[in-house]
Design a protein around this ligand. Structure first.
Ligand code: HEM
Length: 417
């Protein structure tokens, strides 16, 4: 068991070659739960499994100690990102562009054209936290240095604590959280967010607002706070005390912040590292000129149309992003689901029924590094080939936004939209 934990990658790669490639599941004993690794051939059936059998919430249940039990019991903020935030993306893109430009000006210097040393992981975390904050709490607060620092601290604490909690017995999890600095950081964030939440809540109470909590018009305000508060009230009728509303919205904001600070932070940082690790003439100039021409074509604004254009089969940018995400996945395994049906879950090939509480997942790292799908670059044998997908059928088979049997960076569940 200890060897499995210490050499996860090798164990998974061995299992992948021996079992997954023969369309069989394999099993790794781990401290927190027994992991059942399912083969890529079963992904379609896995995706279709009802949430009453396999559940994502069950797979990340420790979040209740960190952000409160209601976060998973009533996870309306996840639906909010899909139903309210996603349709508003075209209008929100301007905000994102502004935050990215301002963050870059701050670290590189607005009028400086020389190279600067930048610690890319901290920068990427701070950028992603700022983007999430701009969307939910708006411009003044997302640019407040103290607030930015607290958001980054909170995101890091969530990662560290969730790793620690995995290995602890249930009884001592709340104790460890209480001994950490998490609650103190949450209190400080709550104090800074309180005026904005109360302003939205009082406006909502006074005004004649859409009680379903959905927004179809682009936001006139400078954040989506009104929309989040409206959703919270409609999905939690027991919320009537102002301080409870403030706590509820702060915790939802922190959950959304966490979505931005995990995979996006690693993805952006890895992409920059991939770019600067390769000779400049290989990728840099082609990417830059493609970005500039697409940006100018749409009048110097980022829109969904020009972003989509960067992902066309004959373009460079989408291919480069995909190759970086493929080669440097955020985890060894992905799309973890817990069996929550008391009668267990019958594997798609009917070979066995795994019991309640089992944990199923996909060996993403091994799939992404399978040289049958992704042969090394011919010139120097390197795994990274920034334009491997360009103009190929593989580019269609491996969508940048979505999942396939050979590309799982976005997971493999009903949550992909
Ligand atoms: C590079 C960027 C990102 C990557 C690679 C990424 C990847 C993932 C993955 C692998 C999952 C798990 C899916 C599964 O288990 O099948 C996931 C879930 C999710 N992601 Fe992302 N994500 C990114 C950015 C974002 C952003 C910016 C948002 C927010 C707008 C977001 C919202 C979500 C939501 C709502 C879920 C479902 C989580 C849950 O139910 O708890 N993701 N993402």
């Amino acid at each position: 068991m200890v060897a499995n934990i210490l050499n996860t990658r090798e164990v998974l790669e061995k299992g992948y070659k021996k079992y997954s490639l023969n369309d069989k599941a394999f099993f790794i004993p781990q401290l927190e739960a027994n992991n059942i690794l399912i083969p890529p051939a079963w992904i379609k059936a896995y995706k279709r499994a009802p949430t009453s059998d396999l559940n994502l919430d069950g797979a990340i249940e420790d979040i209740r100690y960190l952000l409160g039990p209601q976060i998973r019991q009533n996870s309306y903020h996840i639906e909010w990102t899909r139903d309210s935030l996603t349709p508003l993306m075209p209008s929100v893109l301007d905000w994102l562009h502004e935050e990215i430009a301002d963050s870059l000006d701050q670290v590189l210097g607005k009028y400086n054209h020389d190279f600067q040393k930048v610690k890319i992981f901290p920068f990427s975390l701070s950028l992603n936290c700022r983007i999430a904050a701009r969307i939910v709490v708006g411009k003044p607060l997302c640019r407040d240095v103290k607030f930015q620092h607290l958001c980054e601290q909170h995101s890091q604490l969530l990662v560290v604590l969730s790793m620690i909690l995995k290995f602890l017995p249930t009884w001592c999890k709340p104790l460890v959280v209480r001994l950490s600095t998490l609650r103190g950081v949450q209190r400080q964030i709550t104090d800074l967010v309180r005026p904005l939440v109360l302003e939205s809540y009082r406006k909502l109470k006074l005004g004649d607002q859409d009680s379903k909590g959905t927004v179809s018009e682009p936001p006139e305000e400078q954040s989506l706070m009104d929309s989040l508060v409206r959703t919270a009230i409609s999905r939690t009728p027991s919320l009537t005390v102002e301080e409870d509303v403030v706590h509820e919205i702060t915790m939802r904001f922190l959950s959304i912040l966490f979505l931005f600070s995990g995979s996006p932070t690693l993805t952006v940082a890895n992409m920059v590292l991939d770019l600067v690790s390769e000779p400049r003439e290989l990728y840099f100039d082609a990417l830059r000129s493609e970005i500039t021409s697409v940006f100018e074509k749409y009048g110097g604004r980022w829109t969904l149309e020009n972003l989509k254009e960067l992902d066309l089969t004959d373009r460079y940018v989408g291919c480069f992003i995909k190759e970086s995400m493929r080669l440097r996945p955020a985890a060894f395994t992905i799309a973890g689901r817990k069996v929550i049906n008391p009668r267990g879950y019958t594997l798609p090939d009917n070979s066995a029924t795994v019991p309640l509480g089992s944990y199923l997942t996909l060996p993403m790292y091994a799939i992404h590094h399978d040289q049958n799908h992704y042969p090394p670059r011919t010139e120097d044998g390197s795994d990274f080939d920034g334009f491997r997908f360009k103009g190929t059928e593989n580019n269609e088979a491996v969508p940048l936004v979505g999942s396939s049997e050979t590309f799982l960076s976005w997971g493999a569940g009903r949550h992909i939209w």
